[in-house]
Design a protein around this ligand. Structure first.
Ligand code: DGY
Length: 321
């Protein structure tokens, strides 16, 4: 019987994904589920043929230059690959894959939760009831911003953006979008295309970010972009913290120009930005867009599908480098 390829599973995946990894590979699993340092990642790369990695493992140019020559593939358990220097990895001949499709619904659910929670004052309301501070009611009490029927802007109309658009249509919202290229009619489904972000922003009352973090999109939503949104707009981010200049968002929340924000991603993770903590109108979650049982299984299986294809000598379906 041929030897099974040796893989390092860098974090504790779902039980089902781990069972399959152990069945089909000689798997070293990070049972403690701690984040490995750059030096530890480099050391581990000397023991294995492949790494099944998460976005918590950083493969920057320095790490990539030091990876062991025997490492053949990094199969990411994430759709985002901004933790990987793809050019450097390609230069080393290391194949890289991701897990698109399978997390779109779960992430769109969280985007909708953040949009509703931010607009309808969920943080404030929950704290009030929980803390026994709910002592009165009147028609002017806890009035928020209605979501239904409003124009929403989606930045990045890939799979997650389109799943979000579908949910927004369920709320009767008019969907506008900005994407590098206009979608085909069957994918656009009536959404209004804006070639530039500057065209889109003044048209919408809600803005939801769904594009990857790249050098081109880093800091995309800063002072200028925020100023182009109408007063009272709501911003939602389930993509990557790097898209938003957080100090500019804090300034726009302070003036009230941005009425509320729903954030699942931050420039610094884990931890987030303590500067948002004082705002009742900022509804925050700890990067859990894809954290459902179904989606965690599907992400693990998809990463393993990519490894299976690679070690069978075929092209992995989700190759990004
Ligand atoms: C992704 O898949 O990119 C999510 O952010 C979780 O890593």
């Amino acid at each position: 019987m041929p030897q099974k390829p040796r893989i390092w599973v860098s974090r504790r995946l779902s039980d089902n994904a781990l069972a399959r990894a152990r069945r089909d590979y000689d798997a070293i699993v990070n049972e403690d589920d701690r984040v490995y340092s750059a030096d530890e990642i480099v050391a581990m790369s000397g023991n294995v043929d492949a790494i099944l990695a998460c976005h918590s493992e950083i493969f920057d140019a320095d790490v990539v230059a030091r990876l062991a020559p025997g490492l053949k593939i990094i199969a990411n358990h994430s759709v985002g690959v901004d933790h990987c220097d793809l050019e450097a990895l390609a230069g080393r001949g290391i194949v890289v894959t991701n897990t698109p499709d399978v997390l779109s619904d779960a992430t769109a659910e969280i985007a909708m939760l953040l949009m509703l929670g931010a607009a309808r004052r969920a943080v404030e309301g929950d704290r009030m009831v929980r803390g026994g501070e709910w002592t009165s009611w009147s028609p002017s009490f806890m009035v928020g911003k209605q979501v239904s029927g409003k124009p929403v802007g989606i930045v990045g109309m890939g799979r997650v953006g389109r799943a979000m658009a579908e949910r927004c249509r369920g709320f009767g919202m008019t969907v506008h979008y900005h994407n590098r290229t206009r979608l085909a009619e069957n994918l656009e489904r009536g959404a209004i295309y804006h070639r530039t972000l500057e065209d889109l922003l003044p048209q919408v009352e809600f803005l939801s970010l769904h594009c990857p973090a790249t050098p081109q999109t880093t800091g995309l939503i800063g002072e200028q972009a925020l100023a182009l949104l109408p007063p009272g707009a709501v911003l939602v981010n389930t993509a990557r913290g790097a898209l938003i200049r957080e100090n500019d968002l804090i300034a726009a929340l302070n003036t009230g120009h941005i009425a509320a924000a729903g954030l699942d991603c931050f420039a610094v993770e884990p931890g987030g930005n303590p500067g948002f903590a004082g705002f009742d109108n900022v509804f925050m979650l700890p990067h859990i867009g894809s954290a459902t049982r179904e989606t965690r299984d599907a992400m693990g299986f998809r990463a393993l599908d990519n490894l299976d294809a690679f070690f069978a000598g075929a092209a992995p379906g989700d190759r990004v480098a």
